[in-house]
Write a protein that binds this ligand. Structure first.
Ligand code: PEP
Ligand code: MG
Length: 595
């Protein structure tokens, strides 16, 4: 039966496909696709893990003391029976054969299916057998985990081609950690649905960077949607339609085709310089998470990288952080790929909703975090780990010998931090000179994402060459709204007068001081804010490559000078969004295709 679930729309467009439920909160396992020629080996893996568990259970039963209650032996028999039941064995095999899931994923997918069937049973005794099934599956997963020498990441890169001709897949999960999103980035999913998260949670950001529709904060999608259900994601309305009727399906397929046509039309703007009607040249830079994203940046017509989120190099590391050499190679690859255009590399911004994996955290002994959003994150983490900070700086400096690199520091709030950064830069320059490594002087910039930094901007500007406004965090910290918490998502408001005041003030003061200023938070990539930011005097935007064409279209239709004249009334308004809509209307070219 068809039904709908609503959430927060975070990445636009329509996606239609079959639901893939991952990572039930019960059992957290690796999810990756295997290549077609690995199917038999994967089935063998699953079956040898099952044999191992069968042997374990049989030994346990044989070794039961004579006086053990006979229910124990009976329970072990039930477990053995479940272990060999075709509803588990055959169906798990089918997920591997048909969907190319790894054994752990296939097993947990089938557990989801069976657990629901148990939940629906009338008979209490049978319903309670669900716990036994979970224990059996956990044992098999344990046996699989004990296997050595496999790196799931090798298989995660299986390409879309391996699935040609199959139904598109949509990912449904309670939540997806940023690290896991990076794995999925290289995979086949055409859309994402999660129970938790807000508009600027990192899951949403990565989905946008992939340019695929996503709805987060649905609260219960992963409970209501079943494996393999047909699902439509309406990334504009924030709706998820499960098991749609043929008429609804046809309507959405039509919308999908329309948006493909629109994208193709916008793609034609790629080589057109982003200049407003009154002749202001606007920089449209790209936000990237890994060097390979530079390709998409160039394809979208980006004229530089405004934000390389280097922390993604530090994820999925299983305890071992990237060495100086590995980082250097990654930064150099991005710099070379951009062919002389500027690349702004942000030092690692871990913590809060971008945690390092558990092994790494344990290794670094930063375990106890009371309030991660306000804790040891971003530059605070780097300054607490000076050897790692210098290692990253060395890698970035070395990459600067291959193109125009700018250094960007996240979450700065104190002048003392800027002084320590300057000292670290000097020391690293000395170390590189001593070691005979080439490097060039880099411009230093700080992110303005804590209100304190915006308020004390004139002081900060004395010590830095440029600033980049991180609106995602600036809004979070100004309004005290956790950006990843769907319960307060309705209060996360970029149009809040306090946010607008900080934004306008930061842009104006940086310009007065002759320092370059850009916005690299999600506002920069949302065409709904292009006029507003132009009116504030912003001339440099950084966003996901997929967003560049529609922002460029807005720029081409805008008259920056006339927009700036309308700004004052927006800033003074009690309802800035509505005032902006009225005040900015008709200040640029009429809508319609820009040639
Ligand atoms: C921001 O806070 O706006 C920003 C760009 O940084 P991140 O989203 O990575 O925290
Ligand atoms: Mg930030």
């Amino acid at each position: 039966m068809s039904f709908q679930v609503f959430g927060i729309p975070v990445s636009r467009g329509v996606a239609i496909g079959r639901a893939v439920l991952v990572a039930s909160s019960r059992i957290d396992v690796a999810h990756y696709f295997i290549a077609a020629d690995q199917v038999d080996a994967e089935i063998a893996r699953a079956s040898s893990a099952r044999d191992e568990v069968a042997a374990e259970l049989t030994t346990l039963k044989a070794e039961l003391p004579d006086d053990a209650p006979h229910e124990l032996a009976a329970l072990l028999d039930v477990h053995l029976m479940l272990l060999h039941d075709d509803a588990l064995v055959g169906a798990t095999r089918q997920w591997i054969v048909e969907r190319h899931y790894n054994a752990e994923w296939a097993l947990s997918a089938q557990l989801e299916v069976l657990a629901r069937q148990f939940d629906e049973m009338e008979d209490d005794y049978l319903r309670e057998r669900k716990a036994d099934l979970e224990q059996v599956v956990e044992r098999v997963l344990g046996a699989l985990a004990r296997e050595q020498g496999r790196d799931p990441r090798d298989a995660a890169s299986v390409s879309q081609r391996d699935f040609a001709g199959e139904d598109p897949l949509l990912l449904v999960a309670t939540d997806i950690a940023p690290a896991d999103m990076m794995q999925f980035k290289r995979s086949v999913f055409r859309g994402f649905i999660t129970d938790i998260g807000g508009k600027t949670s990192h899951t949403a950001i990565v989905a946008r960077s992939m340019g695929i529709p996503a709805v987060v904060g649905t609260r219960e999608a992963s409970r209501l949607i079943r494996q393999d259900d047909w699902v439509i994601i309406d990334g504009d309305a924030g709706a998820v339609i499960v098991d749609p009727s043929p008429i609804v399906l046809e309507e959405y397929r039509f919308r999908q085709r329309q948006s493909e046509l629109e994208n193709a039309r916008l793609a034609r703007l790629r080589h057109k310089p982003a200049v407003t009607l009154d002749g202001e040249a606007i920089e449209l830079h790209a936000n990237i998470e890994q060097p390979a994203d530079a390709v998409a940046a160039l394809e979208a017509g980006a004229t530089g990288v405004g934000l390389f989120r280097s922390e993604f190099l530090f994820m999925n590391r299983e305890g071992e952080l990237p060495s100086e050499e590995e980082q250097f190679q990654a930064y150099k690859a991005a710099v070379e790929a951009m062919h002389g255009m500027p690349v702004t590399i942000r030092t690692v911004d871990v913590g809060a909703d971008k945690p390092l994996d558990r092994l790494t955290i344990n290794e670094l002994r930063h375990e106890h975090v009371l309030n991660p959003a306000m804790g040891l994150r971003a530059i605070r983490w780097s300054l607490a780990e000076p050897a790692m900070f210098r290692q990253q700086l060395r890698a970035i400096y070395r990459a600067s010998a291959f193109g125009k690199v700018r250094l960007l520091i996240p979450m700065v709030a104190h002048l003392g931090e800027v002084r320590q950064i300057h000292e670290a830069m000097k020391r690293v320059q000395q170390q590189l000179s001593d070691a005979g490594h080439a490097y060039t002087d880099m411009e230093l910039g700080v992110m303005i994402e804590i209100p304190a930094a915006a308020v004390m901007l004139p002081l900060l500007l004395r010590y830095v060459d440029f600033v980049s406004i991180g609106t995602n965090d600036l809004i979070q910290y100004t309004l005290a709204i956790d950006r990843a918490d769907e319960a307060v998502a309705h209060l996360y408001d970029p149009w809040h007068p306090a946010v607008l005041h900080l934004l306008a003030g930061t842009i104006e003061q940086a310009r007065l001081a002759g320092k370059s200023v850009s916005v690299c938070g999600e506002m920069a990539g949302d065409p709904a804010f292009t006029d507003l930011l132009l009116a504030m005097g912003l001339r440099s935007f950084s966003m996901h490559p997929a967003q560049i064409p529609s922002v460029k279209q807005r720029v081409l239709r805008a008259d920056a000078r006339r927009l700036s004249h309308a700004l004052a009334q927006v800033l003074l308004s009690e309802d800035p969004r509505q005032t902006a809509e009225l005040a900015f209307a008709n200040l640029g070219a009429a809508t319609g295709p820009v040639q």
